[in-house]
Design a protein around this ligand. Structure first.
Ligand SMILES: Cc1cc2nc3c(=O)[nH]c(=O)nc-3n(C[C@H](O)[C@H](O)[C@H](O)COP(=O)(O)OP(=O)(O)OC[C@H]3O[C@@H](n4cnc5c(N)ncnc54)[C@H](O)[C@@H]3O)c2cc1C
Length: 373
């Protein structure tokens, strides 16, 4: 089969790997606008369950990914002078660039054609010269725009602002830190993803952002301001920028997932708020799901229909949980009067996916302390 893929992110490359591994006769080309070493951001997070899915799908890349991992089992909530640790939450972090390098090497090993620095401005010509066109072209997908009348997307730009930094201060665990100043409330989502670096994402509401005056601040001034806000947490380490900019989270959904022989996967198709840390997981699992549908049905038309009907309910459930989590952070200032233990409990149960019984199983000490409060 001839397959064209737009986007050499996790979704596009992983799908290429699975297809080429299953049948080396497939002719697969990945078109990627960036070079092999360009990337945005710092580290990404996976749960233990995602790793099991990756192992079942491709042992070779799973082995490399887990070798490069920083793993932990605690969520830490920092509020005022107190840090509350909640154990029993198995997660691992990896640098996004390192993950992409592992997938690039695996593609090359299997014979997938990777065309870097190749922008696809128009999909029609690519679509007609292949049997399957996979649009894995990320949150600002060209495919979604070009075929919007078929896909019927809804795009919801959320009010909070966030900025994605790194730091050499190591956070051993998924750490959620809340700091207040005269402008308002700031939340940091941080976690170590290798031996020297942590991701440090800072989020605040619109009012805080305006009052702080970020609209007229340059990059260095913004960083200096935020280093001051999080001075108690950074241990004197600076925030590291990777052309970091303030952005608003874009919530993406699509009524239809495919059109003729074009299908979307990953962030092009759906997004889930980064506070439940599952964008890359969903992208990779989309690739596995689409691959499975092709294997089972044996036809492109049948596979795309099955992909939409079986995968959509799974994604909708995730997006519903991520929505609750996102709303919690949008309303973070309302939770600031809570005591640290109450705040930690509220955070752990925010998505509606983790109840008291789960918490009791994961960390009986924590739930006992909450009940004694
Ligand atoms: C602040 C923040 C924190 C996050 N934290 C986490 C986390 O902790 N854990 C997690 O799992 N995920 C996280 N994510 C999400 C994660 O980064 C994405 O969900 C994931 O990368 C989606 O993979 P993808 O392959 O669908 O898209 P992308 O990784 O965006 O890849 C799309 C690729 O397509 C290319 N492209 C686009 N258009 C074209 C074109 N026309 N022609 C050629 N190439 C094109 C782009 O250059 C890009 O390389 C976070 C995201 C943000 C913003």
């Amino acid at each position: 089969m001839k397959i064209n893929i737009i986007g050499g992110g996790p979704a596009g490359m992983y799908f290429a790997i699975l297809m080429k591994k299953a049948d080396p006769a497939h002719e697969i080309t990945v078109y990627e606008r960036n070079g092999p070493d360009d990337t945005f951001g710092w580290g990404v997070v996976f749960s233990g369950k995602t790793l099991a899915n990756l192992r079942a799908a491709d042992e070779e890349s799973h082995a490399e990914i887990t070798r490069a991992f920083a793993a932990w089992d605690n969520v830490d909530v920092v509020h005022g002078l107190e840090k509350i640790s909640i154990h029993g939450n198995s997660f691992s972090g990896i640098a996004r660039l390192q993950l992409l390098k592992i997938l690039q090497r695996r593609c090359e090993q299997l014979g997938v054609r990777l065309l870097f620095r190749t922008e696809v401005p128009d999909l029609d010509s690519l679509r007609i010269n292949c049997e399957l066109l996979v649009a894995a072209d990320g949150v600002n997908s060209t495919a979604r725009k070009q075929y919007s009348k078929h896909f019927l997307p809804t795009l919801d730009l959320r009010p909070n602002r966030y900025i994605w930094y790194g730091t050499n201060r190591l956070f051993h665990g998924l750490t959620l830190t809340f700091r207040e100043n005269e402008a308002g409330v700031f939340a940091a989502h941080s976690y170590k993803f290798n031996q020297t670096t942590s991701t440090f994402i800072i989020e605040c509401d619109q009012e805080t952002w305006k009052t702080a005056g970020f609209a007229t601040m340059g990059d260095d001034e913004t960083r200096a301001y935020l280093e001051k806000v999080f001075a108690p947490d950074l241990d004197g380490q600076p925030l590291l920028s990777n052309n970091s900019k303030w952005i608003n989270f874009l919530l993406v959904k699509n009524e239809h997932w495919f059109f003729e022989n074009v299908v979307m996967i990953g962030d092009a198709l759906h997004t889930a708020h980064f506070s439940i840390g599952s964008g890359t997981k969903l992208a990779l699992e989309d690739a596995i799901a689409l691959f499975d549908c092709l294997r089972k049905t044996g036809t492109v038309a049948g596979a795309l229909r099955q992909f939409e009907s079986t995968r959509k309910p799974v994604i909708e459930e995730y997006q519903a949980a991520a929505f609750e989590s996102m709303r919690w952070f949008e309303n973070a200032r309302d939770y600031m009067p809570l005591s640290p233990i109450e705040l930690a409990y509220s955070l752990m149960s925010r998505s509606g996916r983790i109840g008291d019984d789960d918490l009791r199983r994961r960390d009986p000490e924590f739930i006992a302390r909450y009940e004694r409060r």
